[in-house]
Design a protein around this ligand. Structure first.
Ligand code: GLU
Length: 483
């Protein structure tokens, strides 16, 4: 029988969920869910100097909105708690003590100045000074309350190799490894130590994480060996790059655009679209053609052997395209719900046909934050350059525009059923009556009621949204401006 898969997401609470972290969480989640395993959330908050108030809420909120449910976690409890490392201090100290007792770790009393002096240009890193202190010396220094850290006695001979399931075998010369710190002077463990203890005690079988840890893992391998523990399976994920303006790529950062989940959702990317896109950022399904996947589908088909090792490039245009697909798949009331906050930013007046406005918007936007700019003119007719009414391509002059507006006003005043279809028929009748092309009439009317050259929807759709009274007022106002 194969072992049940237990994976975890172990963020440090930084107050911010980078796309890379979200991808780690997602793959780890998919891994567990695909095989009916267990997914754990663990908060790695032992770096007290970097503590950010409210940061854990950001993590919880993100996972909740993204629907990445976990089986055990700080707010959920579970058989392996507590799930905040700051609450597990005693556990780490116990294992550090065990390693010290077995001669596999040692107290280091070197001061900051002494440590700095070890980096003299020729040598760098810790020189092992406290490795060989006698028991008496150590007891004396402890009894006089000399500050200390606990260091791991790394094996500096030979090589350490482990297998990464994405990148293959990774080997490192042990003479390049340092006696890393396990317990800091404040009594908190380092990440290096804490995650090993936790992954073991929490029964984690598969570690999915960013590839910044790929070269430090040999150190973790040695610590596992010292503790007599089996290694979990490792999956280090490829880097995520952004496109630079000069055509090169570099590690995805804020200068490329929004890079946190919260910033992306604030711009009006849908959580489902972000998840779908991020899933494909470093992993590919069997069928390379399909691109749209619900979370349920991803769970069904996720196969970690399809994680790519080449760097993934974050393509905002692609994400926008995908987001538009998700937006257009919503029904009108779902769309209304998510679009409303963006609509209300600019539209406080009531329009006559709100559903018509929603229907115009839905297929024409890629991200929700495009909405305000697109609908501002519904709030009030903007001051526009009246000379735009004369347009060679549309075959209009100011003179013909005047004529069109006058005739249209008279005709539309009689319309009872103020709908797109009826208005369309009426305006075509105006064109026919005056001997103009339909496009000429539509151009003049659309500009007259919207004040914009580019609009969501055509003249008659815009008029349906505005309603009869407002439309006629706008037409009359424009006619007046023409004199
Ligand atoms: N706390 C680490 C981070 O946020 C997690 C690394 C891991 O998953 O082991 O980078």
């Amino acid at each position: 029988m194969t072992k049940k898969i237990v994976s975890r997401y172990a963020p440090s609470p930084t107050g911010y969920m980078h796309i890379g972290n979200l991808r780690t969480a997602l793959y780890s989640f998919l891994f567990a869910r695909h095989s009916d395993g267990k997914f754990i959330l663990r908060i790695e908050d032992t770096d007290r100097t970097r503590f950010v108030e409210g940061a854990e809420d950001v993590i919880n909120q993100t996972l909740k909105i993204a629907n990445l449910t976990y089986d055990e976690g700080p707010d959920k409890g579970g058989e392996n708690g507590p799930y905040r490392q700051s609450e597990r201090k005693e556990i780490y100290l116990e294992y550090a003590q065990k390693l010290i007792d077995e001669g596999k770790a040692y107290y280091c009393f070197c001061s900051k100045e002494e440590l700095e002096a070890m980096n003299d240009g020729e040598n760098s890193g810790y020189n092992g000074r406290c490795r060989e202190r006698s028991r008496e010396e150590v007891l004396h220094l402890l009894s006089t309350n000399t500050p200390f850290v606990v260091r791991f006695k790394m094996n500096h001979e030979g090589t350490t190799t482990y297998h990464d399931n994405v990148f293959g075998d990774i080997s490192i010369e042990n003479n390049t490894l340092q006696d890393i710190v396990l317990i800091k002077s404040d009594g908190y463990p380092t990440y290096n130590f804490a995650h090993i203890i936790d992954d073991h005690l929490m029964g984690v079988t598969h570690v999915v994480r960013g590839n910044e840890y790929i070269t430090s893992t040999p150190q973790y391998v040695q610590i596992h060996e010292a503790l007599g523990w089996e290694l979990p399976e490792y999956y280090h994920l490829p880097l995520i790059m952004g496109k630079d303006e000069d055509g090169n790529v570099s590690k995805l950062s804020k200068r490329h655009g929004a890079v946190s989940f919260a910033d992306l959702t604030a711009l009006g990317y849908l959580p489902e679209a972000i998840i779908n896109y991020v899933a494909l950022l470093g992993w590919h399904p069997d069928d390379d053609e399909q691109e749209i996947f619900s979370l349920e589908e991803l769970i069904k088909i996720f196969n970690p052997s399809h994680i790519r090792k080449s760097a993934a490039i974050f393509d905002y245009d692609k994400l926008k395209w995908m987001n538009a697909k998700y937006i257009s798949a919503l029904n009108l009331s779902e769309f209304k719900e998510i679009a409303m906050p963006y609509i209300e930013r600019v539209l406080t007046n009531e329009v006559a046909d709100f559903d018509c406005l929603l229907g115009l918007l839905q297929p024409r936007i890629q991200i929700l934050s495009e909405i305000p700019e697109k609908i501002e003119f519904f709030q009030a007719l903007p001051e526009f350059d009246i000379n735009l009414l004369a347009n060679d391509k549309k075959k209009t002059t100011l003179e013909s525009a005047r004529e069109i507006l006058k005739t249209a006003l008279a005709k539309l005043d009689l319309v009872q059923d103020w709908t797109n279809d009826v208005l369309f028929t009426e305006l075509n009748a105006v064109a026919e009556q005056l001997g103009y092309k339909s496009m000429s009439v539509m151009w003049v009317i659309r500009l007259a009621v919207s004040g914009n050259v580019v609009t969501v929807g055509g003249a008659t759709e815009i008029m349906q949204v505005l309603g009869k009274a407002e439309s006629l007022t706008r037409l009359a106002t424009t006619l007046e401006r023409l004199g």
